[in-house]
Design a protein around this ligand. Structure first.
Ligand code: HPA
Length: 266
C-alpha cells in the first residue's frame, strides 16, 4: 500500500482530495470534463492492470467548485474474475490520500415496479447478495475494526442532502435499497421476486463491495443509481447490455448535474 500511495503522491503535487467518486456506467464523461491530473490504472502499483471494458481506466484528480476530488474513471468488477480485495483496493488508497466522503454511482435494474428507466435513485441501504465480503482476510487495524458496524452506511443526512440537491434541479428522484448480485448473468424473474420480498428496489453488480470497505474505513458514503432497465420479469423485454448503455446515456446529463450539485453541497 505504501508504494501505491508514494507513487500517486509523486504525481499530484501535494493535492489532498477530500471527496472520492467512483464513476459507473454513463458517468465516465464526468471525469473528462473535470480533469486536472490523470493517472492510468496501468501505471499505478497495486491497481488492476487489465482494461475496464468501455471505460478509460484512470484515476483523475480535479478541483471542482472548490472541492478537491479524486475520481475513478471506470471500475473493475467482481464478475471479471478479480478478487474482492483487488476491486476495493482503490477505496483504501483514497482513504489514505485523505478522502472523507465517497460518492458511488452505478447503473441498476428496477426491482421496484414504480421505477422507470432513466430514473435516478439515491441508495438508502443495500443487500449484499454477492456471496462474499471484501473484508474477509486479515484485518488492517490502521484502516478499521474487525467487525465494523453497518447500521448506517448511507448516512441519513447525506441522503437528505442528495434529495435537496435533486429538488433544486427539479429532478424527480427515487430512493431505495440496492441489491448486489455477483453477475455477470442478469437475474432470473424468481431471483428478482426474492429481491423484492427482501426489500430491494434496484439490482446491480457493483457498488456494495466499495461501500462496505468505505464504511469500514470510516468514510461517509453516498450512492446514486441510474435505473437503466426494468429488472428481469418486471417487464416482457429481455435484458441486454446495449439497453443499459442506451438508457444511461439518455440520463447522463441529469446524472452529471445531480452529482455536481451534491459535490457543491458537501
Ligand atoms: N441486473 C443486474 N445488474 C444490472 C442490471 C440488472 O437488471 N441493470 C444494470 N445493471
Amino acid at each position: 500500500m505504501e508504494n501505491t500511495i508514494e507513487f500517486i503522491k509523486s504525481k499530484i503535487n501535494g493535492f489532498v482530495p477530500e471527496v472520492g467518486m467512483i464513476l459507473g456506467s454513463g458517468l465516465g464523461e464526468f471525469a473528462d470534463e473535470y480533469c486536472d491530473i490523470a493517472i492510468p490504472y496501468s501505471e499505478i502499483p497495486g491497481f488492476i492492470k487489465s482494461n475496464v471494458a468501455g471505460h478509460k481506466g484512470r484515476l483523475v484528480f480535479s478541483e471542482i467548485d472548490g472541492k478537491k476530488v479524486v475520481m475513478m474513471q471506470g471500475r473493475n468488477h467482481y464478475y471479471e474474475g478479480h478478487s474482492m480485495s483487488e476491486i476495493t483496493y482503490p477505496v483504501k488508497i483514497m482513504k489514505k490520500l485523505g478522502v472523507k466522503t465517497l460518492i458511488l454511482t452505478n447503473a441498476a435494474g428496477a426491482v421496484n415496479e414504480s421505477f422507470r428507466p432513466a430514473d435516478l435513485m439515491i441508495i438508502t441501504d443495500h443487500i449484499n447478495f454477492m456471496g462474499t465480503n471484501p473484508l474477509i482476510g486479515p484485518n488492517d487495524d490502521s484502516l478499521g475494526e474487525r467487525f465494523p458496524d453497518m447500521s448506517e452506511i448511507y448516512k441519513k443526512d447525506l441522503v437528505k442532502l442528495a434529495e435537496k440537491c435533486a429538488e433544486r434541479l427539479y429532478i424527480d428522484i427515487q430512493k431505495g435499497v440496492y441489491f448486489a448480485s455477483s453477475g455477470p448473468s442478469y437475474e432470473t424473474p424468481a431471483e428478482i421476486n426474492m429481491a423484492r420480498i427482501m426489500g430491494a428496489d434496484a439490482v446491480g453488480m457493483s457498488t456494495v463491495p466499495e461501500a462496505i470497505v468505505a464504511n469500514y474505513c470510516g468514510m461517509n458514503v453516498i450512492g446514486i443509481s441510474c435505473i437503466s432497465n426494468a429488472a428481469s420479469g418486471v417487464s416482457d423485454v429481455k435484458l441486454s447490455h446495449s439497453e443499459v448503455i442506451e438508457t444511461t446515456d439518455k440520463a447522463k446529463n441529469r446524472f452529471k448535474s445531480l452529482v455536481l450539485e451534491i459535490l457543491k453541497a458537501l
